[in-house]
Design a protein around this ligand. Structure first.
Ligand code: PLP
Length: 370
């Protein structure tokens, strides 16, 4: 495809069948566990047309070659498995709790050595880099909304001999392309914005390094965490509308961040789109938009925060993010959440509803608990 197309065009057209007479315009799932001998596909654990179409699309958006997985965690686990036994991993102190739990488990068994850092503190990360095999970056972080300096960390990480991976789930490939910022690998929970409709669990990795791609693909086929064809097809169908969904959800998030900030019960709003947010300048440099996730706190009132989450009518009280429907939750309801995340922090995963309806429901919940 023409290299200078806007990503909002690429997301619609990449990975489609070749335009020949009678060819289908769109992609279809292929339900087959095996293939007739003589070709390069062989068996259903090695490849599927529905994965290939999604991988081509994600690859074009991120600037590399894609690999899809059964879940975001399966994609993360395949990347972590690249670390040699006893190797060193640096990870953010705040990031998706499931990834941090996976790294903790592996550190506990002696499989790897783990150091947690404040990923927004570039100097501290660089100081910790010596001898590191894998630098795990997430930006913006879930749910603290911290922004890492990806170009600086990627350059320092690679100079130190580490493989640099960025979990790009919050930003999506439309707002941030970590490979172009110097990272080796991008990872996604495609369950979120990519699939976009809260109906699929799926993961993806993209890299422009052929050796890394082959090493990760080998892990997918040997560990077996492959996506189902139906899930891959649903995710690609969802991905086609990402630009439009994101535009609305992001403008809703910016509006809600301002409204929340002005509310007397709210002590802090975390959203890189706010000009005085600690991550604002960095996000502006490396992202083309600030995304559709934000978090806010209620001055330490954890019970009030929990009550608020349970009292909305339109906002769905549920975990996950990136769907068309707005969701909220107090992250500390999960025992594995990082202890330094405030107990009263509520994460908002903003959807595509009308902003006035979203604010009216939130304001009602804020007022009823005061
Ligand atoms: N990374 C981030 C930032 C996430 O938010 C999640 C899930 O919430 C994951 C990774 C894990 O993805 P999955 O739930 O698809 O396994």
């Amino acid at each position: 495809m023409t290299p200078d197309l806007d990503p909002s065009t690429v997301v619609v057209h990449a990975g489609r069948p070749e335009r020949t007479p009678n060819a289908p315009v769109g992609n279809s799932p292929v339900f087959s566990s095996t293939y007739v001998a003589g070709g390069d596909r062989g068996y259903g654990r090695f490849g599927n047309d529905a994965w290939t179409a999604l991988e081509e699309t994600l690859g074009q958006l991120e600037g590399g070659r894609g690999l899809t997985f059964a879940s975001g965690m399966a994609a993360a686990a395949a990347v972590v498995d690249l670390v040699p036994v006893g190797g060193q991993v640096i990870a953010p102190r705040h990031a998706y709790s499931g990834v941090l739990a996976l790294l903790d488990q592996q550190a506990d068994t002696g499989r790897l050595k783990l150091e947690r850092v404040d990923i927004a503190d570039t100097d501290a990360v660089i100081r910790a880099l010596s001898g590191t095999d894998l630098l795990w970056i997430e930006s913006p972080t879930n749910p603290a909304m911290e922004v890492a300096d990806i170009p600086a960390l990627a350059a320092a990480g690679r100079a130190a001999g580490a493989t640099v991976v960025v979990d790009n789930t919050f930003a999506t490939p439309l707002l941030q392309q970590p490979l172009k910022l110097g990272a080796d690998i991008v990872m996604h929970s495609a369950t979120k914005f990519i699939a976009g409709h809260s109906d699929v669990v799926l993961g993806a990795v993209v890299t422009a390094d052929d050796e890394l791609w082959s090493a990760i693909e080998l892990r997918r086929r040997s560990l077996g965490a492959i996506p189902g064809p139906m899930e891959a097809w649903l995710a690609l169908r969802g991905l086609r509308t990402l630009a439009l969904r994101l535009e609305r959800a992001q403008s809703n998030a910016a509006y809600l961040a301002e409204r929340l900030r002005a509310h007397p019960r709210v002590s802090r709003v975390r959203y890189p789109g706010l000009p005085d947010d600690p991550g604002h300048d960095r996000a502006e440099r490396q992202m083309s938009g600030f995304g559709a996730i934000l978090a806010f706190e209620l001055g330490g009132d954890a019970d009030g925060a929990q009550q608020l989450c349970e009292s909305t009518e339109l906002w769905v009280h549920a975990t996950s993010l990136g769907g068309v429907e707005s969701m909220l939750e107090r992250r500390h309801r999960w025992p594995i959440e990082a202890p330094t995340i405030p107990k009263d922090l509520i994460r908002l995963a903003v959807g595509i509803e009308h902003p006035d309806d979203l604010w009216a429901d939130l304001e009602r919940a804020l007022t009823s608990g005061s």
